[in-house]
Ligand binder design. Structure first.
Ligand SMILES: NC(=O)c1ccc[n+]([C@@H]2O[C@H](COP(=O)([O-])OP(=O)(O)OC[C@H]3O[C@@H](n4cnc5c(N)ncnc54)[C@H](O)[C@@H]3O)[C@@H](O)[C@H]2O)c1
Length: 422
């Protein structure tokens, strides 16, 4: 039977995947967000993962972007790429996974395959989603419908490691379905696939990739705090230690975004539900979440040191996205720096040429349109994100933007002569 693929959730992950599949298969992209569907139908992708040409190419290949469940009824493969956020208590919020699974369950037919790509803790596919699929469809798991799990590894803003160029883990609910899922991805992923033995193994593999990175960054952040007390430059230490073949060369910094700062909580939730307290993983989360306060405190202390008044001090923040060279604001820890500085009643202005100002997350921020060269206005400048353009700012530029003694706080190690560097 020919595959007709439905991608559920057309965000950073779903849209590039839909585009890749559309080159070989009939594809329908489904999302519940009307403005998103409208913009995609006009050829625009606000995540900037696809160019206008690529979106239009997908449409030309016959791809349909839709809000309408009727349009996805005749698909036989459903791939779920909806968000998996955490709530205010750092607990997994499975609402989008549950809701999208209900949508599929109501139209599920005999022999259909439902593949999850969203990052989850081991067990979500088979213990949370499968019962919903069975209940609403009346079909029987591994008899009349099947599942797969294939986690996504893309990196927003990275134009080199795009979806088809990253090796993909695949899995299926029976050996035959696993092969089928693997072959489906193999047909578009030029980097190849790794077929995991079970769905739970594939789920666990994804969540530990990001947990390992989070813990390793936390170690470097902790070392940076220790070296700061010793007046040793952390970047120089990392450069030196990095000459050993097995030293993992990471730099200190903020850990925000939709993945690394979130996914470990999925694993810790599951571990705790089984009676295990994951102290190392939670400790790492605590260290990484504390970096914003440390950076704001440094700016404040330097202003005090140079006799600058704190109330109404003008502070320029360069960059608010969660990482360099992309417009993604989700869970950006730069927001916590702003919150901290606002408590001192500082006047924080933000310059970020990547950000869409109509975004609800950015509406309350005090943006400036251009880099305020020669403004002589700022009591402190915090370089929070390593966007390419910020690397071109010279020592003289910083001096000419500063009111009196320049105080430049360099979070990313890209300023030639910072007052303080993380
Ligand atoms: N962004 C990344 O770099 C990245 C990388 C690897 C894995 N992931 C994982 O992939 C998943 C998706 O992430 P993303 O960054 O693409 O999210 P996103 O927020 O960019 O996009 C998700 C889309 O799903 C839609 N959606 C929400 N509920 C829906 C529903 N019930 N039915 C249909 N559509 C629905 C939203 O409207 C949105 O357009 C998450 O689990 C994330 O952890 C993300």
């Amino acid at each position: 039977m020919n595959n007709k693929i439905c991608i559920i959730g057309l965000g950073y992950v779903g849209l590039p995947l839909a585009h890749a599949f559309s080159e070989k298969y009939e594809v329908v992209g489904f999302d519940i967000n009307k403005p998103r569907i409208d913009e995609l139908n006009s050829g625009f992708d606000r995540t900037l993962e696809l160019t206008e040409n690529q979106v239009k190419e997908s449409l030309k290949n016959g791809m349909k972007f839709t809000l309408n469940v009727e349009d996805i009824k005749d698909c036989n493969i459903y791939i779920v790429t909806v968000p998996t956020p955490i709530d205010d208590n750092n607990e997994p919020d499975l609402t989008p996974i549950v809701k999208s699974t209900e949508t599929i369950a109501k139209i599920l037919k005999k022999d259909d395959i439902v593949i999850y790509e969203s990052t989850v803790y081991p067990g979500v596919t088979e213990e949370v989603c499968v019962p919903i699929l069975e209940e609403f469809s009346g079909l029987k798991f591994n008899e009349t419908f099947f599942c797969g799990y294939s986690p996504e590894r893309i990196n927003p803003g990275d134009k080199e490691h795009t979806v088809t160029k990253i090796l993909k883990i695949t899995s299926g609910s029976t050996p035959e379905i696993a092969k089928k899922v693997d072959n489906l991805y193999k047909s578009i992923i030029t980097a190849g696939t790794h077929l995991a033995p079970t769905i739970k193994v594939a789920e666990a593999a994804k969540v530990i990739e990001n947990t390992q990175r989070d813990v390793n960054i936390a170690l470097i952040n902790e070392l940076a705090m220790i070296f700061d007390l010793m007046n040793i430059n952390t970047h120089d230490v990392i450069e030196a230690a990095g000459t050993k073949w097995n030293f993992i060369k990471l730099t200190p910094g903020l850990v925000g975004g939709h993945c690394i700062g979130v996914d470990p909580y999925y694993l810790t939730h599951k571990a705790q539900s089984l009676g295990y307290m994951p102290n190392l993983i939670l400790g790492a989360r605590q260290i990484n979440n504390g970096m914003s306060k440390l950076i704001a405190d440094k700016a404040i202390k330097k202003m005090v040191k140079f006799d600058k008044k704190l109330k109404n001090a003008n502070i320029l923040l360069l960059g608010v996205t969660f990482k360099e060279n992309c417009p993604d604001m989700r869970n950006s820890k730069v927001m916590d720096i702003i919150k901290e500085l606002n408590e001192y009643e500082c006047n924080v202005e933000v310059y970020d040429y990547w950000v869409d100002r109509s975004d609800k997350e950015t509406k309350h921020l005090n943006f400036i349109d251009e880099l305020p060269l020669n403004s002589k206005k700022y009591d402190s400048i915090i370089v929070a994100v390593g966007h390419d353009k910020f690397k071109e700012i010279t020592t003289d530029d910083y001096k000419n933007m500063s009111n009196g003694e320049p105080i430049i706080i360099d979070v990313k190690g890209i300023v030639e002569k910072p007052t303080w560097r993380l």
